[in-house]
Write a protein that binds this ligand. Structure first.
Ligand code: ZN
Length: 243
């Protein structure tokens, strides 16, 4: 079983397509696990949902997915994000809204835990410190877990009773059978670690290896679409800086 793991696609079709092309170039995919926020910020929410649903997939809900269907208040978002949430909401069909409404907050698949924020707060928690990671790992019943939300490629690993965290580099390979860990593959559609390239991970259930990757995509194309749709300029600009 060879699985593509993506987080925070954020309606960025050019990025999602580049990720899929890069992932399938390395070998055939059996499934996609999506860690939430397939919509929000970007110009192509419907196309990204459609692309994901064309594959065998598991997806957990993120704050933008829930905001776009009114399951959480738009007032919980900052003003730029709120504008994008309301715009996304206006684009979705009833059938797509129902699909988003049916997404779980937490999924356990092939002995792997999937959640957008953390097990402490699946919707809003940013798993970016050893303290939060420790609280999450305490609640994680599987040895391996993946989260999204921070848009940062991060690994937190339990070693000798302590939780250590670090950034994940492009091309890095990890033996998932070594101890308890939770990783964020980074964001496919709006990276925030200063690297504008789309981020993703591949998990091979057979040998237990997770690999982390970055791939360039046509940022200008996504920016043009965003501006044509009247989405806020700073949201388009940040894509070029990976912030
Ligand atoms: Zn996000």
């Amino acid at each position: 079983m060879r699985t593509l793991i993506v987080a925070d696609v954020h309606a960025n079709l050019a990025a999602f397509e580049a990720v899929l092309a890069a992932a399938t170039q390395k070998g055939p995919l059996d499934a996609i696990w999506c860690l939430g926020d397939i919509v929000g910020y970007g110009p192509s929410p419907r196309e990204c949902i459609q692309l994901l649903r064309g594959y065998p997939h598991v997806m957990v809900a993120g704050n933008h997915d829930l905001g776009a269907i009114g399951a959480i208040s738009v007032h919980d978002f900052n003003s730029l994000a709120r504008e994008a949430v309301l715009w996304s909401s206006s684009k979705l069909t009833q059938e797509e809204r129902e699909w988003l409404a049916g997404l779980p907050l937490v999924a356990i698949q092939e002995e792997v835990t999937l959640v957008h924020g953390s097990l402490r707060d699946p919707v809003w928690d940013y798993l970016v410190s050893p303290d939060v990671a420790a609280a999450h790992l305490q609640a994680q019943s599987t040895s391996l877990g993946f989260v999204g939300h921070s848009h940062l490629p991060l690994l937190f690993q339990e070693q000798e009773g302590r939780v250590h965290g670090r950034y994940l580099a492009d091309g890095e390979r990890l033996d998932a059978s070594k101890g308890r860990l939770v990783a964020n593959p980074g964001s496919a559609g709006q990276p925030r670690d200063g690297d504008s390239r789309a981020a993703f991970a591949l998990f091979d259930g057979e040998d237990g290896v997770i690999s982390f990757h970055r791939v360039e995509y046509d940022i200008a194309q996504t920016q043009r679409l965003m501006l044509a749709e009247g989405l806020p300029l700073p949201l388009a600009e940040r894509l070029a800086y990976g912030r």
